[in-house]
Design a protein around this ligand. Sequence first.
Ligand code: SAM
Ligand code: SF4
Ligand code: SF4
Length: 341
Amino acid sequence: MPSLLDRYGRPLRNLRLSVTDRCNLRCQYCMPEEEYTWLPKGNVLTFEEIQRLVAVFASLGVDKVRVTGGEPLLRQDLPALVRMIANVPGISELAMTTNGVLLREHAVALRQAGMQRVTVSLDTLDAQTFRMLSRRDDLPRTLDGLAAAREAGFTDLKLDTVVIAGLNDHEVPSLLDYARSIGAELRFIEYMDVGGATQWRMDRVVSRATMKERLQAHFGPIRALPRTDSAPAERFQLSCGTTFGIIASVTQPFCASCDRARLTADGMWFLCLYAVKGTDLRELLRNDASDAEIAGAIAAAWRARGDRGAEERARTPDRQALAPQSSLRQNPHLEMHTRGG
Ligand code: SAM
Ligand code: SF4
Ligand code: SF4
C-alpha cells in the first residue's frame, strides 16, 4: 500500500462519506435553526461518481469508509451504493453512522449489501427529552431501529451519545445500562463547537473527567483500556466487564493521530472537521479528469495537510460557537450535517 503521509506524518486511511445533507431530525447540537441552505440536487454525486472516488481513495491508502450524512438512510437506494462501495478493492471496513429512525426499513438490505457495522446516535431514553433535543417524536422508532439492526445481524453495534450539561447528562449511567442490555458499546461524546452547533457554549460541555466521575460514582471503579488504533474514543471498562468509550474532542483533542477526511454529498473533500476550505472533487470528476489526475490532487492536498482543528480551538481564548448562522447559510459546507460527523 502506498504510504501517503501529511505534514505531521499522519496517513490517510479513513474516509467519512456523507451521502446526503438532508436529515429527518433536528438535533439541538447539530441543526438547531429553523431554516437551512441545502445542497443543490444536481450537485449531489451519483453512485457511480462516489464509487469512482472511493476507488481512487483506496488506491491512496484508504481502507475504512464510514457512510454518514445528514441522515444516510434518507439517500434513495442506499443499499445499492453500499454494495458498490463494498466491492471496491482495498476497502476492508465499511460502517455507517445513523440516527436509527429508518433502520427497521433498511437494516436487512444494508447487511445483505455488505455493510459491516452500524453506529446509532442515541442521546436519551426519555421521550420528552428526545423531542426537545431533536424536535421529532422518534424515540420509539430509534429504539426499534436498534432492535432491527441486531435482528439483521449487526452484532457489533455501537451507540454514540453527545452529552450536554443540563439536558441529558443525568442519563449517562442509564444510557450505559441500556447499551449493556442490548449488547452494544456506547461512546460518550463531548459537545463540540462544530459548524452548525450555533447554541454551543463551553459551560454546556460535560468533560471526559466529569463523565468519568459520574460513572465511577454510579458503577464503581473504571479502568482505562490500552489504545489499539487511531480511533477517537478512549475506551474504559467497568468492574462488571462492560466497556465504553469517551470521545473527548473538546478537552483532550486527538488530532495528532487523525487519519480521517470527509467527503460531502456534493464532492467537496475536507481534511478536518473544522477546515474552512475543501478540495472540489466534483469539479474534477465532471470535467473528465482521469483517475490519476484525481489521485494526484488528493495526494497533493493530503501531503500539505497541517490541520489540527480541535487543538487550535482548544487554544482559542473566550471560546464561542464556531460560526454564526448567517455564515452557515452562505456556506452550508461548514455545517456538520453537510460534511458528515
Ligand atoms: N445523522 C446521523 C447521526 O446522527 O448519527 C449521521 C450524521 S451526524 C452529523 C454524525 C454524528 O455527529 C452523530 O453521532 C452526532 O451525534 C454527531 N454530532 C453532531 N453534532 C455534534 C456536536 N455539536 N458535538 C458532538 N457531536 C456531534
Ligand atoms: Fe441529528 Fe445526525 Fe441529523 Fe445532525 S445529522 S440533526 S446529528 S440526526
Ligand atoms: Fe482530525 Fe480535525 Fe478532528 Fe483534529 S479536529 S481530530 S485534525 S478532524
